[in-house]
Design a protein around this ligand. Structure first.
Ligand code: GTP
Length: 300
C-alpha cells in the first residue's frame, strides 16, 4: 500500500515543530505509525528531540532540502522505505525552503508506486505576517510562495493578535490561496482529522486549473517511444510545464533513459537498469486528459 506523505512548510519559527509534535501524537493515538524526515539548516539538530524514540526519524542537516540536499533526500527516502515500517511520512522542511522543490523529489518516478503525496501544510506566524513589512522582498516572496502552494494553512500564534487582526490575517491568507483550508490556531493545534482529510483539496492530483495551482501528472509508458516524437512533445508542452522527469523507454535503447527538464533545460541520461517507466510532469493550468492521451499516442 502507498504511504501518505505530508510536507510541513512555513517560515522560520512559525510553529512547524509544534505542529509536528501534535500531529505525531494524534496519528499514533489513532493507530497510524508515522515516520519523520527533518531538515535543518544548521549542522546540529535541535528539533529532533521533539520526536520520540519509537518514531522512525531521518535527519538532513547543514543545508536546505530544496537545493543542496535534493539528491540526499532521495536516498533518505529509499532508506526509510527499506528499513522502516510506517504508514505516514511527515517531512519538516527548513523555514527557508521553497516547498515546491521538495514536492519535486517526492514525485520522483522512483517513488510513484510507493508514496501518495497528500499535500503541503504551511504554518504562518500571525505576528510575523502582521509585521511582514519589516522583511526583505526575498523573504516576503518566500513566505508568499509557502502560502500560495499549501493545501492546508495553519494561521498560527493568534494568541498574539487582537480579534480584528485575526480577521485580517485570515482574509489575507484566503486572498493569497483561495483553494486552501485555513485554520486559525495557537500553538498549531489542529485536529488531525482536518489534516488527514485534506486529500480532496490536494492541488497536486487532478487540480482543476486554478491559475495559481500546481498539478502533477504521472504517466507510465507501456511501450517504446521514438526519441524524435518525444522531443517534439516536450517542445510543444514547455509553456505550461515547469518540471518533467522520468524514465523514458526510447526506441533503440536497452534501458529506459532518465529524462530531466527544468527551467527550459532538457537533459537525457542513458539508463543502466530497467527502472519503472514512470514520467512525472509538474505545471500549472494543464489539461490532464490531453497530456495523458498525447503521451499515450507516443507509444508506438
Ligand atoms: N505565543 C505563541 N508561541 C508559539 C505558538 N506556536 C509556537 N510558538 C513558539 O514559537 C517558537 C517556535 O516554534 P517552533 O514550533 O519551534 O517553530 P518552527 O517553525 O519549527 O521553527 P524553525 O524550526 O526554527 O523554523 C517556540 O518557542 C514555540 O513554543 C503560538 O501559537 N503562540
Amino acid at each position: 500500500m502507498k504511504k501518505d506523505v505530508y510536507i510541513l512548510s512555513g517560515f522560520l519559527g512559525s510553529g512547524k515543530t509544534t505542529l509536528l509534535k501534535g500531529l505525531l501524537e494524534s496519528l499514533k493515538a489513532e493507530g497510524t505509525k508515522p515516520a519523520v524526515l527533518m531538515n535543518e539548516l544548521g549542522s546540529v539538530s535541535i528539533d529532533s528531540d521533539q520526536v520520540d524514540e519509537d518514531t522512525a526519524l531521518r535527519e538532513m542537516l547543514d543545508g536546505c532540502i530544496c537545493c543542496t540536499l535534493s539528491d540526499k533526500l532521495e536516498s533518505q527516502l529509499q532508506d526509510l522505505l527499506i528499513k522502516e515500517d510506517f504508514g505516514v511520512l511527515v517531512i519538516e522542511t527548513t523555514g527557508a525552503a521553497h516547498p515546491v522543490e521538495v514536492v519535486d523529489s517526492i514525485l520522483s518516478p522512483l517513488f510513484a508506486d510507493r508514496f501518495h503525496f497528500k499535500g503541503i501544510l504551511t504554518v504562518v506566524d500571525g505576528l510575523q505576517w502582521k509585521e511582514r513589512g519589516s522583511f526583505s522582498p526575498s523573504v516576503l516572496h518566500l513566505m508568499r510562495e509557502q502560502i500560495r502552494h499549501a493545501s492546508f494553512l495553519v494561521a498560527n500564534k493568534v494568541d498574539l493578535l487582537t480579534e480584528m487582526e485575526q480577521g485580517t490575517f485570515a482574509y489575507d491568507l484566503q486572498q493569497l490561496n483561495p483553494g486552501a483550508s485555513i485554520y486559525l490556531t495557537s500553538h498549531s493545534k489542529v485536529p488531525v482529522g482536518a489534516i488527514t482529510s485534506m486529500t480532496k483539496k490536494d492541488h497536486y492530483e487532478g487540480g482543476q486549473g486554478h491559475t495559481l495551482t500546481l498539478q502533477a501528472i504521472v504517466h507510465t509508458f507501456e511501450a517504446e517511444v521514438s526519441g524524435e516524437d518525444f522531443e517534439q512533445w516536450v517542445h510543444a508542452h514547455q509553456e505550461s510545464i515547469y518540471r518533467m522527469k522520468g524514465y523514458i523507454p526510447l526506441q533503440g535503447r536497452k534501458y529506459p533513459t532518465l529524462f530531466q527538464y527544468s527551467y527550459g533545460m532538457p537533459l537525457y541520461m542513458p539508463g543502466d537498469m530497467n527502472y519503472p517507466t514512470n514520467f512525472v510532469v509538474i505545471g500549472e493550468g494543464m489539461d490532464r486528459e490531453r497530456i495523458i492521451s498525447s503521451l499515450k499516442s507516443l507509444e508506438g
